[in-house]
Design a binder for this molecule. Sequence first.
Ligand code: PLP
Length: 378
Amino acid sequence: MSGGHAGMDNGHAQTAQKLPICTPLPGNRSGGHAGMDSHVRAALRRLADTPRFPLLCGPTPLQRMERLEQALGCGPLYVKRDDLTPLGMGGNKTRKLEFLVADALANGADTLVTVGGVQTNHGRLTAAAAAKAGLACTLVLEGTRPALPSGNLLLDCLLNAALVFTDGAPVQAVIDRTLRDLAAAGKTPYFIPEGGSNAVGSAGYLALIPELMQQLAALPEPPQHLVCAMGSLGTFTGLWGGARAFGAPFSVTGIAVNPNTSYTPERAAALARDLSDAYHLALSPDPAEMEIVYADGTHDYAGTGYNVPDEKTRAAVLLLARTEGIFLDPCYTAKAFRGFCALAQKRPGGAVFLHTGGTPALWTEEHFSAFAAQLWQA
Ligand SMILES: Cc1ncc(COP(=O)(O)O)c(C=O)c1O
């Protein structure tokens, strides 16, 4: 089985459905169909039996980065292009939203509600998924309404999302009020937590692992490390759980993009436990096993603040653009990419960078003006 989703649009309104999951070939514990542990088979069956709302269109590309290998003096280096998922300019939330939208539909919801920073990629993709599913969408945005809708905000408007700015009020109070108001107006809202990072959404990244294992199995020299950005934990934790459950022959490292994050290894372990319970993965996650690189005295991958422009992050954007013609974003992926380059140079065996999208951030007011000041001299 190729494992691609039945993602062809046939012109009819899409509904949630059971979609195939790739077979993880070969792994330490799975070893292909014949030698596959019964609990691996059971986990794959549970994933395949969980309805998804189709938003992907088959596996995302895995590309070699030979010019980057030359620049860094190590390899083999690959990029897994989750920035190229087909919905709403792409990104990692698409995989989570396949599960979340299906759950919303199963619960009779007519409105998706979620929360994030003013420039949230997750909000933009939630609004896009809502449009595709024929649902309404309300985004609770932590901050004040800017004079102009740059970056993701313009896309949110194009997608007809209702925007509620917190304007200094406690976020949870604004979420509660928004849900109450929608219910009072006769709507049935479905709330998605920040980043879609609960056990429902993170299953999207559990399911990426068999897909990636199948792609790596075809390579003469499969890389031994996988690196991703860590914002609200769902992507990293899904990957971590999948790698453990399916016996992936590579390590998983998350790079924190916020130097003041509250998303601790303890929270990662708790989410991994929820995933393990939901899909019967038989994992016993320990916070000490969560390889998340947080800001400390030894490096500054996370920069000076969440979504704050800085020169080293911009240099990472330029490096990948000018070696491979691939755009990173200055809020998430460029920070993770700095960690990826350092890890690839330090550890032998080659590495895969999971590109999680976010490129509309290049056109937000703060990052656009920082790049312009650097690159647009008269
Ligand atoms: C572009 C991009 N990359 C990475 C992440 C981090 O993913 P997670 O929140 O699942 O840790 C996000 C989260 O919003 C994102 O927008």
